[in-house]
Design a protein around this ligand. Sequence first.
Ligand code: AMP
Length: 503
Amino acid sequence: MSFNTLGLKAELLRAIKAQGYTTPTPVQAQAIPAILKGGDMLAGAQTGTGKTAAFTLPMLQRLSEASTETTSKRKRPVRALVLTPTRELAAQVAESTQNYGQHLSLKSTVVFGGVNIKPQIDKLRQGVDIIVATPGRLLDHATQKTVDLSQVEILVLDEADRMLDMGFINDIKKILALLPAKRQNLLFSATYSSEIKRLAQQLLHEPTLIEVARQNTATETVTQLVHPVDRARKRELLTHIIKAGEWKQVLVFTRTKHSANRLSKQLEESGITATAIHGNKSQAQRTKALKSFKANDIRVMVATDIAARGLDIDQLPHVVNFELPNVAEDYVHRIGRTGRAGNEGEAVSLVCVDELKLLSGIEKLINREISKEIIAGFAPDPSIKAEAIPNGRNNTGGKQQGRRPTQARPRNAAPKQRNQSQRKQPQRGKNDNSGRSRVSSPSDKNVQIYQASDGLGIQVDPPRTSSEVNGNSIHYQPKETRRPEQRKSVNKKTREVPSLFGG
Ligand code: AMP
């Protein structure tokens, strides 16, 4: 199968070649010809499957084929709108649109919150064919009448399940009301909750249903490893691993913003270039950090879970869990940052005695035991007893025995008041009381969509091995297959340790 057979025009094929893609991914092979025909689509594809190109390429082609008169004095109307849940994803989709469309004369722009609205207004005033946007800021523009969506021909909802998770349904409805009735609608979602089905039924007219064969889950493709270590020695161990393994690009996760800042500073002091990315950073700071990290100017990016959502970094080789997440599903999201698009990846977790409960929760969720390796010189001191994890702050920075843990905010509690610049930041758990699992990609995508007599239905494949998480079957390979040659050798004992912390 080659891109040449999908019906794409030469200008797009040139851009695809420049990206280095030779073979379409399954979602691209199915979606591109169908979207070119002009109908609606419901596609089950999670991030990492090549879904962005799957809708961007045919969208560009359709817009360029029915090009409006660009020489006329009239401003270009907005003809395609892509909505995404996060700013980072919007930026990435916009970048892809520009890359793939570089040999066409279409104009596109990206619109999201957290940055000055003025330059966006200027860009919109000049006229663009395509807008990639997060819902909140787009509505701000609509209210200020700095955008006219009345001539949109193609609407894409990217990662629709995450948009619903983040509470964007009302914003989406308001945006739909601004669009013309006749248009092509493309809905991409990793999961098929009843909310997604309802949205699909309202939005889509006789959609083509695309179901990509289940990709290997991150838990299957990513080599996972736990290094047991004392909480006070995690930073030292991390520095050792990075230096000894000559790791050039590492995404490190911490539980809190404070931890992220502190660790990034400490790494810098140890001679490892690092930056932190989290919700308290301005969008400009986040964009700059990501750019330096992608360009390999910075070796380590320390991130909180929320900040890392939607990040797509090509061939990211290493993910380190400096602190295990409080929510087991976040572990799966975290390790999914590596090993993408068929690349090999490695996820390492530094686990202290306080986190053994979290570790067993993760192992239960992924239905397998993660290999443990003690790095020589970093064996845990069995006399150190477990402490409650104080919801993040400073919980790995030293012997803090006796400090009173603070109360974690319940996951379903009302969100803390956010300031204007943080508006519409990804906010986890907002709809978690819906009764459905938050395990989104990559774990609950083993679904078949079928056309039921009463509309859309879903069907879950018979599992090979499965565990039930709030009613969703999740599937994992039973046994980890670690390739030892994948790791640069770090001086360590490589025996499996049945009892990690001296009993
Ligand atoms: P996405 O699912 O759109 O986030 O894409 C995941 C990654 O796969 C991105 O880094 C893309 O650049 C890459 N990618 C998309 N299509 C292809 C392809 N046909 N061949 C190789 N890599 C691809």
